[in-house]
Design a protein around this ligand. Sequence first.
Ligand SMILES: C[S@@+](CC[C@H](N)C(=O)[O-])C[C@H]1O[C@@H](n2cnc3c(N)ncnc32)[C@H](O)[C@@H]1O
Length: 216
Amino acid sequence: MTSDVDARHGRTAGWAYTESFVPEDDVLLRARERAAELGCHAPPPGTGAVLRVMAASLAARAVVEVGTGTGVGSLWLLRGMPADGVLTTIDVELEHQRAAKRAFAEAGIAPGRTRTIPGRPADVLPRLTDGAYDLVLVGADPYAYPEYVEEALRLLRPGGVLAVDGALHEGRVPDPARRDEVTTVVREVGRALRADERVVPALLPSGDGLLLAVRR
Ligand SMILES: C[S@@+](CC[C@H](N)C(=O)[O-])C[C@H]1O[C@@H](n2cnc3c(N)ncnc32)[C@H](O)[C@@H]1O
């Protein structure tokens, strides 16, 4: 019979196995290294693999990413999108976007496939067209998640997918004793999406939590 400890170990082994099930190539590993150097939390390979699956299953030609970082999530998305798909990615940090552009070049991504927009998503998102996007990834500035989620729901076409990275906020969201402001904001975003009739939601435990919501 399996003891609790064995079960826990089993889960741990299973967890590690699933998170690294789709390995990263050298380009992604270098982008991840740059993220660590710049103090930017890149999504782990398990989350990246889910993003690639979502982009591929949607045949996503138009994708928005809030929080470019050094391009780890961007590369996973681009690799799931069709060859003519365009990723619009927004970040306040020019240094991060420079690193991301380097990763896109190393990956042989054609320049026309990425629109890297420096700036605040609160300024940039309202300029993007309603219902014109297949997938929106939100992965920066958790205080502003409620605003970004509302913008994303406006941008998505019916059947398009919103992905919110960091939905467990460093594992704090499930713990009701954690009531600091940012954890509360992220927790409420999850609850609101769960109750929102405009979407079909699911929360995946990969990485720091990936909340998916399909726009009806
Ligand atoms: C967690 S990282 C993004 C990870 C990225 N998606 C990836 O795959 O590597 C967060 C990024 O959000 C950016 N950021 C932080 N605050 C921001 C804000 N208010 N608006 C836009 N970007 C912001 C940071 O510069 C950083 O590059």
